[in-house]
Write a protein that binds this ligand. Structure first.
Ligand SMILES: [Zn+2]
Length: 163
């Protein structure tokens, strides 16, 4: 994919839409397009800043009639649901905690009672599947981490044009 096609395809995406793998692959290896995409993301962020939804501060209503009306509306359930941020995104801290738990778990099992007993009882019939499971789990973890955060790596990571 050449630069023009990659940028055209990138610009045709809706906001938040998944970047196709071919475009992502091009952005990883093309510093010119990567810089352009990073600048576009920064420009979009700056342009959207005045439009960002801010939660309205809780203010006391001075008018008792209006306050009573608002209370009756709230009591009857005729209020808008509270806007919550998108919680489908897994934060980087949660990814790190899960990764450390995975690594510590797979590191600790062979030295635990279960690991000693299994190794002495089953020998290679335990060790080979266990280490294959470790490898598959780490590979799946890394694949999911990179796959679900590829936009972050392309847009925000310090991938400079000189790289
Ligand atoms: Zn390019």
């Amino acid at each position: 994919m050449n630069c023009e096609k990659a940028i055209d395809r990138y610009l045709s995406l809706d906001k938040g839409e998944w970047v196709p793998p071919a475009v992502t692959f091009h952005l990883i290896f093309c510093p010119v397009c990567r810089t352009l995409v990073r600048k576009l993301a920064e420009a979009e962020r700056l342009a959207a800043r005045p439009l960002a939804v801010r939660p309205a501060p809780k203010v006391a209503v001075a008018d008792p009639v209006l306050a009573a009306a608002l209370e009756r509306l709230a009591a009857s359930g005729l209020v808008y649901p509270e806007v919550k941020p998108d919680d489908r995104h897994v934060s980087l801290a949660r990814w790190l905690v899960a990764g450390f738990a995975l690594a510590i778990g797979f590191t600790a099992v062979p030295f635990s009672f279960i690991g000693d007993w299994s190794s002495s009882t089953f020998g290679l019939a335990y060790s080979v599947p266990f280490y294959l499971l470790c490898g598959l789990a780490v590979t799946a973890y890394c694949g999911m981490f990179i796959g679900t955060n590829i936009d972050f790596f392309v847009k925000k990571l310090g991938l400079t044009p000189s790289a």
